[in-house]
Design a protein around this ligand. Structure first.
Ligand code: AMP
Length: 397
């Protein structure tokens, strides 16, 4: 099957076109500045050069049409016609408590996703626009919704409840949902496979450290706790997001900065994290460089970041009463050896280590700890598009 995987934002649309039999990416790209002047589409076929075309995209329907045109183009296309697109998989950010797994999209599902809009007002409406655009242009092609939150729906109440009046959970569904679920599910599955074990026999802690970052405790194949919360602002320190802070900081800073709660939330989402702490960058490549040049604030930032990761790992060892495998994934987890080294220094008590030589490796599935270690520490590259493709095939075949 050929599956078009779509990740739709309010003014962008990322796509990958995957042959599910070989799991080969036939083409991929990005539509940017949809509905804004200067919109452009990037198209990268598997054996060809990357093309960037500046062209008006007044809305997402035009963007999806352009993607279809690129995929079926006589010269640089990878398939002959629209009928070679067998299914579409959509990444949906928030499925609330309604979706504990991926689903085939129909009118009921669209309505249920709409009902989750207030939990992710920036993301879900954009995801729905992508669904509607595809429906318009490919009415007979089956579509599947894959939710960032679904994998975490197995969390027990003790993990998802906050210590606030229960009525806010009852009335407004205020609780921990968690995100990056597609990645945590994929990575924990691949880790078990690589180790030749059944995921049902393992306690795995997945550290998805990217620009957004979250950690999940996966016990016997199920998410039992995760660091992101009602929104992706909770948990670890991230690229530009603060992660968990004392909630009283919001009103304290609002007073000092003569702004309101929304003004402070903007700072906590966009100007905080390693970017705000270091005054250098949200990108760990820049941070590592600054650290190596002796920048004190970069050093403190990386130490603070790693300390928080290690503390979460420790808390999830407690949550599962043990751990067999610790996995690093996503941009920082796969690439930034310095972070892996710093975190691992807190974890030797578990009977695991990060071998300095193996730790030089990046972006590949590899065991970093010594053979015979009580706990395995490893890297497993994430691939959310492939995970969405697999889910889509599973449901439409
Ligand atoms: P993600 O959100 O998973 O795409 O991760 C993006 C982040 O990963 C970037 O902001 C960088 O901080 C980090 N990153 C990506 N590639 C590298 C690399 N080659 N070396 C170090 N860090 C990287």
């Amino acid at each position: 099957m050929n599956v078009l995987v779509i990740n739709c934002g309010s003014s962008s649309l990322k796509y990958q076109f995957i042959n599910s039999d070989t799991e080969e990416v036939l083409a991929k790209g990005l539509c940017e500045r949809i509905g804004i002047d200067g919109s452009q589409i990037t198209y990268q076929p598997k054996d060809g050069d990357k093309e960037v075309t500046v062209t008006p995209m007044p809305d997402h329907t035009v963007a999806v049409q352009l993607v279809i045109d690129m995929l079926t183009n006589d010269k640089t296309g990878v398939v002959k016609s629209l009928s070679d697109i067998d299914a579409v998989g959509h990444r949906i950010v928030h499925g609330g408590e309604k979706f504990a797994s991926s689903v085939v999209i129909d009118d009921e599902v669209v309505k249920a996703i709409e009902e989750c809009n207030d939990l992710a007002p920036l993301h879900n409406p954009a995801n729905l626009i992508g669904i509607n655009a595809c429906k318009k242009l490919m009415p007979n092609v089956p579509m599947v919704a894959v939710f960032d939150t679904a994998f975490h729906q197995t969390m027990p109440p003790k993990a998802y409840l906050y210590g606030i009046p229960y009525e806010y959970y009852e009335k407004f569904k205020v609780r921990r949902y968690g995100f990056h679920g597609t990645s945590h599910d994929f990575v924990s599955t691949e880790a078990a496979k690589f180790l030749g074990k059944d995921r049902k026999d393992l306690k795995i802690i997945v550290c998805h450290l990217g620009n957004g970052a979250s950690i999940t405790a996966v016990d016997k194949g199920k998410s039992v706790d995760t660091s992101m919360g009602l929104t992706p602002l909770d948990g670890l320190i991230m690229g530009t997001r603060s992660g968990s802070i004392d909630p009283a900081i919001v009103t304290f800073l609002a007073g000092k900065l003569h702004t309101d709660a929304d003004g402070v939330l903007e700072i906590l989402n966009k100007k905080s994290g390693v970017y705000g702490l270091s005054k250098v960058s949200s990108d760990f490549r820049d941070l590592e460089k600054a650290y190596n040049e002796g920048n004190e604030l970069a050093k403190v930032t990386l130490e603070t970041y790693s300390y928080h990761v290690a503390k979460f790992i420790g808390s999830y060892v407690a949550a599962m009463n043990g751990v067999d495998v610790i996995v690093y994934t996503a941009g920082v987890g796969e690439n930034t050896s310095l972070v892996r080294k710093m975190v691992s220094e807190y974890l030797t008590y578990l009977g695991t280590n990060v071998d300095p030589e193996k730790n030089k490796l990046r972006g590949e599935t590899v065991v970093l700890s010594d053979p015979g270690s009580k706990v395995v520490t490893m890297i497993v590259p994430t691939n959310e598009e492939l995970a969405i493709c697999r889910e889509t095939v599973r449901l439409v075949k």
